[in-house]
Design a protein around this ligand. Structure first.
Ligand code: RB5
Length: 155
């Protein structure tokens, strides 16, 4: 699978080992930075990976920040991306089966490298369940969401 990976300074320490792990599993990994552990802003890197996923240049995105939260929130703003912060193998399975997540946000500060490897194994090998989940994911991805019709912009 073709995968883009990026982090901020708080996820930097795990980025290279996780990229190497993915390569050892036969994946093609594109490292989108940063190149050093200098303090940086996670939105810059979350956005890069999200755009590659949205354009179809990679199949999945792997993002690592301190918690996995901010970098996933950034990626979710890009249309076509379904990014989720994940800390357990079970949630990694469910975000694929139920939500067809295509980007994962990992915690470099609160989850060990070994646990993140197991989480990635599950994230990359679990298929979307389809069936009753298909319509829900389609609704989630609608850009003309009727739920927002008539809702004032500044509500
Ligand atoms: C950086 O200190 C930290 O805020 C960032 O890595 C991330 O956890 C944000 O969600």
């Amino acid at each position: 699978m073709r995968i883009a990976i990026a982090s901020d300074h708080a996820g930097f320490l795990q980025k290279a080992p996780l990229a190497e792990y993915l390569r050892s599993q036969g994946h093609e990994v594109l490292d989108c930075g940063p190149a050093t552990d200098d303090r940086c802003d996670y939105p810059d890197y979350g956005d890069k990976v999200a755009r590659l996923v949205a354009k179809g240049e990679v199949e999945r995105g792997v993002l690592i920040c301190g918690t996995g939260l901010g970098i996933a929130m950034t990626a979710d703003k890009v249309p076509g991306v379904r990014a989720v912060p994940i800390q357990t193998v079970e949630f990694a399975r469910l975000c694929r089966e139920h939500n067809d997540a295509n980007v994962i946000g990992l915690s470099g500060r609160f989850v060990s490298l070994t646990d993140n490897e197991r989480i990635l194994d599950t994230f990359l090998t679990t298929e979307f369940g389809g069936g009753r989940h298909t319509g829900r994911v389609e609704k989630m991805m609608r850009e003309d969401d009727p739920a927002f019709e008539g809702v004032p912009v500044d509500f």
